[in-house]
Design a binder for this molecule. Sequence first.
Ligand SMILES: Cc1cc2nc3c(=O)[nH]c(=O)nc-3n(C[C@H](O)[C@H](O)[C@H](O)COP(=O)(O)OP(=O)(O)OC[C@H]3O[C@@H](n4cnc5c(N)ncnc54)[C@H](O)[C@@H]3O)c2cc1C
Length: 298
Amino acid sequence: MNNMIKTTGKLLENEPMAKYTSWRVGGVAEKMYLPTDKQDLVLFLKTLPKETELFWLGLGSNLLVRDGGISGVVINTRNRLKSMSCVGENKVYVEVGVPCARVARFCVDNGLKGAEFLAGIPGTIGGALKMNAGAFGGETWDIVNTVDVVNRYGELERKPTEAFDISYRSVKGLKADEEWFLGAELTLSVGDTSQSLQQIKDLLEKRALSQPVNQPSCGSVFKNPEGDYAARLIEATDLKGYQIGGACVSEKHANFIVNINKATAADIEALIEHVQQAVKKQHGVDLQTEVCRVGRGK
Ligand SMILES: Cc1cc2nc3c(=O)[nH]c(=O)nc-3n(C[C@H](O)[C@H](O)[C@H](O)COP(=O)(O)OP(=O)(O)OC[C@H]3O[C@@H](n4cnc5c(N)ncnc54)[C@H](O)[C@@H]3O)c2cc1C
């Protein structure tokens, strides 16, 4: 790395990814960069050798990091790219490291509605942009106006939503391993604060009733196949409670795999494959994973 230009963030080495994933599993990141802010991150990218592998991390709530860890540099955005502000009528600009729940609350506090569904999604806005995260009928890209993207050379570009191909839990349009989101301008509408707060309360209660929110998981492991629910198919295959090592299909919600006893990433991956094979055998349906898998096996 070029030491002539001074970056101010922190560069960690051999950082255990289990500390940063909601499943609490994963090998070490060879390096992890914690930028001070957006400008510092851009500077860091400009100084990096161009062949360096990069992986961007939000809150790790949709991530299976394999036990052999991640080579190159993990860019940790959580609570680093954290600015958020109202930028005109019904518009909010948010940097990618801001947790979704804070965005929901900020919009409500400013009398805006449309972001309530984000309240129960335990990730950052960056992760939500990448995954088109959604819940209770709302999806992230429904409220996106423009996004700011940075490439590995530290070059910035503002792009409209039309530059992306958006569908259920899928967003195409970033160059793989070359471009990432830095921030988004959201468009909302004028709302009623007490109604929005009630909506958030209701949806958090629904989650607590139907999901194992107090056990380490990554939320839904599989995408719902067209016209059906992954959870229904898994339950109908009698897999609730099925366990491999420390990983178990949740008794509370069959599309969740929970880490009940020091699971490894290999346990979780083996369980994912077992569920896919069993559902295919019994129902003829190929379940596709929603969760992102990264890193090397051991
Ligand atoms: C209990 C629980 C409930 C959940 N409920 C829901 C739900 O209702 N709906 C839903 O959609 N999801 C849900 N999830 C999954 C998860 O919270 C979302 O997918 C979330 O958007 C992931 O955000 P993150 O910051 O944690 O991303 P991470 O897990 O850190 O990363 C996910 C992917 O996004 C990429 N990424 C992160 N930041 C950027 C960036 N700035 N630019 C480009 N790529 C980036 C990563 O490289 C990775 O590929 C749930 C998870 C849990 C644990």
